[in-house]
Design a protein around this ligand. Structure first.
Ligand SMILES: Nc1nc2c(ncn2[C@@H]2O[C@H](COP(=O)(O)OP(=O)(O)OP(=O)(O)O)[C@@H](O)[C@H]2O)c(=O)[nH]1
Ligand SMILES: [Mg+2]
Length: 1137
């Protein structure tokens, strides 16, 4: 029976100091949902006997079938500790990597988290990942070491061994926390240092800098997990028990007469009890003494398990009476000893008490939100808190106060939208009958029964008293009405059946939200400064609670009404009228305003919250289409809904016109497809094979051939295959030097470009990838500089990061080949932030991406107006390479020559729109042959500009040029020609070099026992996986294998491993990096040895070619394949006839 009514919850919501917003985080299968079950059963929502079996929060059917959680879901619990009452808003999260975005949505709404660790498996990759996520959100963790029963039953450890094992796990997890902490302190130190440096720029003398200094000053003891700090609970969720050491400290202080405080300090650690002296001594293992923890705690648990498992009735009886427990006869006689065990343990050491009291005493309430967290939430991207408008800065105090007063501005964050069946909404649900209604129904039933009897007897009794008759009639009509109501109710229900309702998963950070309230919806790109600017001018108060309509229109801001507010109770929702600050809630009616996440506020000064940190990169793509083409509209609608309902999925229409789903992994993909089929689109769909992403790159020419002979030494056999030559066939009009410099002119012959492609060093490519966000920021800064738009001042921190990035590039690009390269970077690509570089290496041009650092003067040259075309051409070339139209990676293109002839210059004038014409005009007077060595000219151009601007131009001149322009127009606008030419030049330059494909790689960590190790390796090698590391987990017989695996070979990998090892090993795949496939996709045997070794076709070996052709086929590109495989043989046969 549910013990706490909704009214009670509502009253608890108002006491902010008693609220705890927490989530449960862990690696997959470490027992989060089982633990949640135990906590829920303490509130009577599910029976304690079902706790752990039901997995109540796994409400989806596929979650139950697969046994993993796929979404985060919340439930509110009531807990009483002493005379304090608490409201615990608990969020269970998934542990599978594919759903790590759901973890991000959960941690944002919480102030604390319970980290669960499996006592056997210890710290796993996702444990580290969730610790990092909690850390990034500044939320405080407590630890539950779960599944201790496995140490007893499965590993059969002795209590002493178990103690060492647990100690080891604690050390591991503290090491992870320590690493996070150290990196943060060092970062802060460095920041402070640069700040003070910029203040006192010329500090005399050499400063000796001690990097570790910051670490000693900062107290970090509260960060670590230690049983004596009270932030660790040892538990077995499945058996329903758990304890913190204070429980035993209290218990034994009476028994042995030692102060509880002393016991608390010594119960964990190398202390032993000197029974004679009744003293606790510090001792080491060598003395053969049992640590207190083993003697007083573990021994007891072990002996209980032993007694129950061996069904030692006497001993059980003794233990049960000594603990003062009452065990029902049904449990004690149950065939499964586990049931008996559960009954004893859950009474003796109830896990929910242990965990919830730790949560209430160790985790902060919403009132304790730290200033650091608030600032982090309020500052999007590279902005600092100080650069926000003053009205916005004032809101910080609202966050800190977390006040529920009417005057406090309402601030709400929506972290995700989730879909529920409209049926499940409280107002559509059949409501339980009240006592009166039940009485009424009973009465009706009685009468009906009586009527039946009367009817049977009616044959005998022909007459009836008239009064009874009339009452019957009225009754009947009453019944009819009831039926009618039911019918209408039914049709409403049917309508509701077909509709998905979206509920926002949200938290109130300040103020009270009310049903029907009007509120602003602020998108992630919203800038409060814009509104404040306008409002300030109008001299209206900036804080507008109800007059939402009066505000000027600004981008990324809308207003809406909060239609429904819900209390989230796992599978159920309860209607609420209002929700005060500090609570987690569901909001209905936002689906038209919020896509995935948003900030809601009554104050336009509120900044949008920083976006969620998503750990997983969506990488698995499939194309979907309806089985019946006419279902297309439903599918498109369904995909839109799916996009809204999942924080991580991407839904897009590719250039090819395919509808594509991008998901984080196979399990995620399966879930998305199920959702699409059964909930959102409700049509049959067919799904393509996964679209595997590749990258194209180039490499240095090889020194040896495929049979390891040095190239050039052998004689080439007669060329059997023409493929290679065909591939590189170069059309007329393009010059290619022996060293790979490609020279090409625009169709109208007015401009000529020379481009060279070289591979970038690996570290540089990596650096570019890691810093793609920074590059994007740089790009934005440069654009605003070019447009002379003064947006927000450039943040010092960002500038420092850009400088550091530049420095790192310089370090990695050294040698003669790369001289000055970094300063000459013109653009990055594709999409202006990708891992390829465009350099300019001709004189007379100076505009690099480092403009925002302020060290390049804005200059004007004849090239200026077309540099965009060149950059665009480069962007296009890097977006799709020549091998199979996949993006490029790790390639550097250098423009070594760029000539524009006189006519070209003039053309430029006409192709630009009139606004730009003035700036270009001066060039017409110039005589131009531009190759390297025109630096002098640039200066002249500058001078010229001034004079030409002051002299009015004659109208005839312009019209004359126009005439000329018309002549050349058949080739299209000049800028367009340049783009196409640049793209072509890049492509040919690329083809001049040995090209390679790059494959996306997963890393995976597989845990396997020794007996299945061989089979794991077999599967790995079959799928071209590479083992990086293999180690044995201490104290167990489990091996941890770290391996990398190409994404292309990964489909079905997890399933295959699971099958081959009978479910003993289950890997999780995480996208890690791109790796070059060493074989040349265009390779054909050319020497005699190669020919002998690989045969004529030589395609069995060439994995790269297989991949390339598969992609080309998918994209509908030409694939060179022999359709008739053995034509010669057939011909010979026919001749013989
Ligand atoms: N032996 C033992 N098994 C446990 C314990 N707690 C949970 N399990 C089992 O571990 C498995 C996974 O439990 P879940 O609660 O679903 O794990 P989870 O962390 O929620 O998993 P995901 O949500 O998929 O990440 C289930 O089969 C549980 O029965 C425990 O204390 N002891
Ligand atoms: Mg779970």
């Amino acid at each position: 029976m549910v013990l706490t009514s909704v009214e009670k919850m509502v009253s608890l919501q108002k006491k902010t100091s008693g609220i705890r917003n927490i989530c449960i985080l862990a690696h997959v299968d470490h027992g989060k949902t089982t633990l949640a079950d135990c906590l829920i059963s303490s509130n009577g929502i599910i029976s304690s006997r079902l706790a752990g079996k039901l997995r109540y929060l796994d409400s989806r059917e596929d979650e139950q079938i697969r046994g993993i959680t796929m979404k985060s879901s919340a439930i509110s619990l009531h807990f009483v500790k002493g005379d304090q009452e608490y409201l615990i808003n608990l969020i269970d999260s998934p542990g599978h990597v594919d759903f790590s975005s759901e973890v991000s949505t959960a941690v944002r709404l919480c102030d604390g988290c319970i980290i669960v660790v499996d006592a056997v498996e210890g710290v796993c990759p996702q444990t580290q990942a969730v610790l990092r996520q909690a850390w990034l959100e500044n939320i405080r963790p407590v630890l539950v070491i779960n599944k201790i029963d496995r140490l007893i039953v499965e590993l059969k450890l002795t209590p002493q061994e178990a103690y060492l094992h647990l100690k080891n796990i604690l050390e591991q997890i503290n090491a992870v926390t320590g690493a996070l902490f150290t990196s943060k302190v060092l970062e802060e130190r460095a920041e402070k240092e640069t700040e003070s440096e910029s203040i006192s720029d010329t500090a005399p003398g050499d400063q000796v800098y001690d990097w570790s200094a910051g670490l000693e000053d900062t107290d970090d003891s509260h960060l670590y997990f230690s049983p004596d700090h009270g932030n660790v609970v040892f538990a077995s969720a499945i058996d329903g028990w758990g304890f913190g050491i204070e429980h035993f400290a209290k218990l034994y202080s009476q028994k042995i007469g030692i102060k509880p405080a002393v016991l608390l300090k010594t119960l964990w650690g190398d202390y032993y009890l000197n029974t004679k002296a009744k003293k606790i001594m510090k001792g080491d293992q060598s003395k053969g003494k049992k640590p207190l923890f083993v003697q007083l705690v573990l021994d007891n648990i072990w002996s209980l398990y032993e007694a129950v498992m061996k069904r030692d009735k006497e001993k059980i009886e003794k233990i049960v009476t000594s603990l003062g427990l009452k065990i029902g006869a049904r449990e004690s006689r149950h065939a499964d000893p586990k049931v008996h065990l559960n009954a004893i343990c859950s009474q003796w050491l109830p896990i929910s008490d242990a965990v919830l009291s730790m949560v209430c005493s160790k985790l902060p309430s919403p009132l304790d939100i730290t200033a650091e967290r608030v600032e982090k939430l309020m500052c999007v991207g590279a902005r600092t808190f100080d650069s926000l408008p003053p009205e916005t800065q004032e809101l910080k105090s609202a966050f800190m106060k977390c006040s529920s007063e009417g005057t406090a501005p309402v601030i709400v964050f929506v972290s995700k939208m989730f879909a529920v069946d409209a049926k499940a909404l409280p107002h559509n649900k059949p409501r339980p009958l009240t006592q009166e209604e039940i009485a009424h129904r009973r009465e009706l039933a009685k009468r009906r029964h009586a009527e039946k009897l009367a009817a049977n007897q009616g044959k005998e009794l022909s007459e009836k008293p008239p009064s009874e008759n009339s009452s019957e009639v009225t009754d009947n009509t009453g019944d009819m009405k009831g039926e009618e109501q039911q019918v209408t109710g039914g049709s409403v229900k049917q309508e509701a059946d077909n509709k998905e309702s979206f509920i926002a998963f949200a938290r109130v950070f300040s103020g009270v939200v009310q049903r029907g309230q009007k509120i602003f919806v602020l998108g992630p790109k919203y800038d409060p400064a814009e509104v404040l600017h306008k409002v300030r001018d109008d001299s209206k108060p900036y804080y507008l609670s109800s007059a939402a309509n009066d505000l000027p229109l600004v981008p990324h801001m809308t207003s809406c009404t909060l239609e429904n507010l819900y209390l989230l109770m796992g599978r159920e929702l309860e209607d609420l009228e209002e929700v005060p600050a500090g609570n987690v809630l569901g909001i209905g009616g936002l689906q038209d305003f919020v896509l995935k996440s948003a900030t809601l506020s009554t104050s336009p000064a509120c900044p949008p919250f920083t976006p969620l940190n998503f750990e997983a990169t969506p990488i698995v793509r499939v194309a979907v289409e309806p089985k019946h083409p006419s279902d297309m509209p439903q599918l498109v609608r369904g995909m839109k809904l799916l996009n809204q309902a999942d924080p991580c999925v991407q839904v897009l229409i590719q250039e090819t016109g395919e509808h594509v789903l991008v998901t984080a992994g196979e399990v995620h993909l399966q879930r998305c497809l199920d959702d699409l089929k059964e909930r959102f689109a409700k049509v049959q769909i067919s799904v393509s094979a996964p679209i595997i992403p590749f990258r194209e790159t180039i490499t240095r020419p090889p020194k040896v051939d495929m049979v390891n002979e040095e190239i050039g030494k052998q004689q080439k056999v007669a060329v059997i295959h023409q493929t290679k030559e065909d591939q590189n066939k170069i059309p007329e009009g393009i010059q290619v030097d022996s060293d790979g410099l490609v020279t090409i002119s625009t169709p109208n012959k007015q401009a000529t470009l020379s481009v060279r492609a070289v591979p970038l060093p690996e570290e540089v490519t990596r650096l570019l990838e890691e810093n793609s966000d920074l590059i994007r920021t740089m790009e934005q800064l440069n654009t605003s500089l070019n447009e002379d738009k003064k947006t927000h001042e450039i943040n010092q921190k960002t500038l420092d990061r850009i400088r550091e990035f530049k420095q790192k590039l310089e370090q990695n690009l050294q040698g003669r080949k790369w001289r000055n390269a970094v300063d000459q970077i013109w653009s990055f690509g594709p999409r202006k932030c990708g891992p390829n570089i465009l350099l300019y290496n001709f004189e007379g041009y100076k505009r690099s991406v480092w403009q925002c650092l302020g060290n390049t003067v804005k200059e004007v040259s004849k090239y200026r107006d077309f540099d965009n075309s060149i950059v665009s051409g480069f962007q296009l070339a890097t977006l799709s390479g020549p091998m199979c139209e996949e993006p490029l990676m790790g390639v550097c293109f250098t423009v070594e020559k760029w000539e524009i002839s006189k006519v070209g210059e003039m053309l430029s004038t006409s192709s630009q729109d009139s606004g730009e014409r003035d700036a270009i005009e001066h060039k017409q007077n110039e005589d131009i042959t531009l190759t390297s060595s025109c630096t002098g000219e640039v200066c002249r151009v500058n001078e010229d500009e001034d004079s030409s601007q002051s002299v009015p131009k004659s109208p005839e001149k312009i019209s004359k040029h126009k005439g000329e322009v018309l002549l050349a127009d058949c080739y299209g606008p000049f800028s367009g020609q340049l783009i196409a030419t640049m793209k072509e030049a890049c492509r040919y330059a690329l083809q001049g070099k040995p090209q390679r494909l790059m494959a996306a790689m997963y890393t995976c960590e597989i845990m396997a026992t020794a007996e299945v190790l061989g089979r794991v390796y077999a599967v790995l090698s079959k799928r071209e996986g590479r083992v990086l590391q293999e180690e044995m987990k201490e104290g167990t017989d489990v091996f941890i294998i770290k391996a990398v695996l190409p994404v292309a070979e990964s489909f079905g990998f997890a399933d295959e491993i699971r099958k081959r090892t009978s479910g003993l090993a289950s890997p999780q795949l995480v996208f890690s990096h791109w790796e070059m496939i060493s074989s040349d996709p265009f390779w054909v045997p050319t020497t005699e040895e190669e020919y002998l070794h690989f045969g004529e076709k030589a395609d069995s070996e060439n994995q790269a070619r297989k991949y390339m052709n598969a992609v080309r086929k998918r994209k509908g590109l030409y694939v060179e394949e022999k359709i008739v495989e053995h034509a010669e043989k057939q011909r010979t046969l026919s001749r013989n006839k």
